[in-house]
Design a protein around this ligand. Structure first.
Ligand SMILES: NC(=O)c1ccc[n+]([C@@H]2O[C@H](COP(=O)([O-])OP(=O)(O)OC[C@H]3O[C@@H](n4cnc5c(N)ncnc54)[C@H](O)[C@@H]3O)[C@@H](O)[C@H]2O)c1
Ligand SMILES: [Zn+2]
Ligand SMILES: [Zn+2]
Length: 365
């Protein structure tokens, strides 16, 4: 067991407390990672504000990169010193969903994540929860070997962390979730970290039009740099009418990357007949959708969801890393600011200002 520094959420709606915690030794299949960088994802904010319930105290943070420090006795593919990013949907590899290639829907996830002892404890021995069994706002974390991907040397860790959540989620939703076809038209509602990755995925997929929709003009300006061909400020009126005015008809694919019933319903309304709406944003617990039934049979629309890129995260992250190396996936541009660990709470405040795509926290600074 070691003692390290972590940012702990003790009560919903309060700032994270930077404090010492204890981290258990790695179990046979686990790796202890010295965390260098963590991107601030809106999902962390959901736990902090209570829109997604969690046990307390908890260490949030999951968009993670760092360096392997110690490995459990059964670990074969990683060694101390390896630079890594997270593949945050570990899986058993053997259940019916894993065998079918849907590892994000592993039916044995609880078993896979089960530990003999709590991974994190307070210095006086009380257990601390970890968001998604990760808890990245800690200078040391424990992850299963199959929840990590080695990063090539020319990918800096402060951009490599994005691969583990917003990139695999957004680009994966395009390729694996909705399976966007070349030449088709795409709309993206919400142009934060995840939405910007969806826009880039649509560009890489060869979409002939990519319409970015947000409430903030700075985010829309950035969206153009990531590949949007059209932009709509959703606060200026009806985005459905405006999209039809700009394109002449609805889109083949509409992605929702905000997390609300209203924007999910808008995604369906943006489609032309036979189009697919893909929900990626995480709506508050208990949210229900009201959608017109006629859309599904007379217009053959489809409504789907995509979680963490709907696929084989380790393989996909390695591929997306190569797209970055080839200059085809923009990661540096997405990191608006790197802030020191002590400013993590201010980082969450900055997230809601328009001129940021991703804030990354440097845990060693
Ligand atoms: N499905 C998954 O696996 C997965 C993974 C990561 C994040 N998420 C979820 O995706 C969502 C987006 O995450 P993020 O980190 O990109 O958030 P973010 O805060 O960086 O971006 C959200 C964007 O939505 C915009 N927005 C807010 N209300 C809007 C509206 N009514 N119309 C248009 N735009 C609006 C904001 O201006 C902002 O640009 C969150 O709900 C998050 O929890 C899902
Ligand atoms: Zn995330
Ligand atoms: Zn499985």
């Amino acid at each position: 067991m070691i003692t390290t520094r972590a940012a702990v959420l003790n009560e919903i709606g309060t700032p994270l407390e930077l404090t010492d915690i204890r981290v258990d030794d790695p179990e046979p299949h686990e790796v202890r990672v010295s965390v260098t960088h963590v991107g601030l994802c809106h999902s962390d904010l959901h736990y902090r504000t209570g829109t997604v319930p969690t046990a307390l105290p908890v260490v949030v943070g999951h968009e993670v990169a760092g360096v392997v420090e110690a490995v459990g006795s059964a670990v074969t593919s990683l060694s101390p010193g390896d630079r890594v990013t997270g593949a945050l949907t570990p899986s058993c590899g053997r259940c019916v969903n894993c065998e079918a290639g849907h590892s994000t829907q592993c039916t044995r996830l609880d078993e896979v994540r089960l530990r003999q002892r709590p991974a994190f404890e307070t210095v006086d021995g009380r257990p601390i929860e970890r968001l998604a069994a990760i808890g990245a706002f800690s200078q040391h974390i424990l992850l299963r070997e199959n929840a990590l991907v080695r990063l090539p040397d020319d990918i800096p860790l402060h951009v490599g962390c994005l691969l583990s959540c917003c990139i695999v989620t957004g680009v994966g939703a395009v390729f694996r979730g909705a399976q966007v076809r070349p030449g088709s038209t795409v709309a993206v509602i919400g142009c934060g970290g995840v939405g910007s990755a969806i826009i880039q995925g649509a560009r890489l997929a060869g979409a002939s039009a990519v319409v970015a929709i947000d409430l903030d003009d700075d985010r829309l300006k950035a969206a153009r740099a990531y590949g949007a061909t059209h932009v709509i400020n959703g606060g200026d009126g009806d985005p459905v009418a405006e999209l039809r005015r700009q394109l002449g008809e609805g889109v083949d694919y509409a992605f929702e990357a905000v997390g609300s019933a209203r924007t999910a319903e808008t995604a369906l309304a943006l489609l032309r007949p036979t189009g697919t709406a893909c929900l990626v944003g995480i709506a508050p617990m208990g949210t229900e959708l009201t959608v017109p039934a006629l859309d599904f049979f007379f217009e053959e629309k489809r409504l789907i969801g995509s979680y963490m890129g709907s696929g084989q995260a380790r393989e996909d992250i390695a591929q997306f890393a190569r797209l970055y190396q080839q200059g085809r996936l923009m990661l540096d541009e997405m990191v608006t600011r790197v802030i020191p660990f002590a400013e993590v709470n201010e980082g969450f405040e900055l997230m809601s200002s328009g001129d940021v795509t991703r804030i990354v926290v440097d845990l060693q600074a």
